[in-house]
Design a protein around this ligand. Structure first.
Ligand code: ZN
Ligand code: ZN
Length: 270
């Protein structure tokens, strides 16, 4: 039986520039190039299903954390003719502020996340300022509210949501971080989210400084390799190169929405 491929889109909603190398890499050379970070949410779409991956952050968090917000992540779904109020399934890769804000803008959605991420974001690790830094309390409370409203779907490790879409816990950067493997017309594409912020992380085995467990982060790079059709099928979570490598969803969406199910303009290996 053949599986219907998904279309996969990345929507760029925010940016952070003028970064210091040590903000991107543990043991960074202070003279090396420091990439900016882009911020994305992702959309998976085929005839029988639509999934939104992550919900981004809103204006208040952008101002407080000094990020440049281009557009509301939820409202940006309308660029692909999707109504956030009608979204039924949101996959949260993890609960950091830039991936799990504005949950209230998806009133009809079920939220898929790993058991371990909820436990991590509400348990003893949050007693440590360094570990809770990437979380915003209001987002975590909103997720607890979703649990109490019966709108959370918990996963433990590897799960097949539907044929052609699986979730895999990586941990590393956040204890319950999960990645996605999606069947597309060019084969298995892996949305790495923060399992690899930039191409350089998985390509060179570099460690991002926001970290729970370095061993799990490094093992995660091997998992990306195993799950993806090739290194060109791995989509890092924050790399501005993604917008250059993949074609726009429509001419008017240049620099805003790209098609990850399309072949990249050149290989990341070259
Ligand atoms: Zn993160
Ligand atoms: Zn992130």
């Amino acid at each position: 039986m053949s599986i219907e491929p998904f279309e996969v889109f990345a929507i760029r909603y925010a940016h952070h520039g003028k970064r210091h190398p040590a903000e991107n890499f543990v043991l960074a050379d202070p003279h090396e190039f420091a990439s900016d970070l882009d911020y994305f949410i992702w959309v998976l779409r085929r005839n029988d299903a639509t999934y939104i991956v992550d919900t981004g952050f809103g204006e208040e968090a952008a101002i407080r954390r000094g990020r440049e917000l281009f557009r509301s992540p939820a409202e940006s779904l309308r660029l692909l003719d999707l109504d956030p109020h009608k979204v039924t399934d949101v996959i949260l890769t993890h609960l950091h502020y830039d991936h799990a804000g504005t949950l209230d803008q998806f009133p009809r959605a079920r939220f898929h996340l790993q058991d371990l991420e909820m436990a991590y974001a509400t348990g003893r690790s949050m007693c440590h300022a360094g570990l809770r830094l990437p979380f915003d309390l209001e987002n975590v409370l909103d997720m607890v509210r979703k649990v109490f409203a019966g709108c959370a779907v918990f996963h433990d490790g590897d799960t097949e949501l539907v044929p052609g879409l699986t979730l895999h816990r990586v941990g590393g950067h956040s204890a319950g971080l999960q990645i996605l493997r999606v069947w597309t017309r060019r084969g298995w594409v892996v949305l790495a989210s923060d399992a690899s912020h930039l191409y350089a992380h998985f390509q060179c085995g570099r460690i991002f400084p926001v970290l729970y467990n370095a061993g799990e982060m490094l093992e995660g790079y091997k998992l990306l390799d195993r799950l993806a059709g090739s290194p060109d099928h791995i989509i890092p979570g924050h790399d501005p190169l993604v917008m250059q490598l993949y074609p726009a969803a429509r001419p008017d969406l240049e620099g805003i929405v790209v098609r990850l199910h399309a072949t990249p303009s050149h290989s990341v290996l070259t």
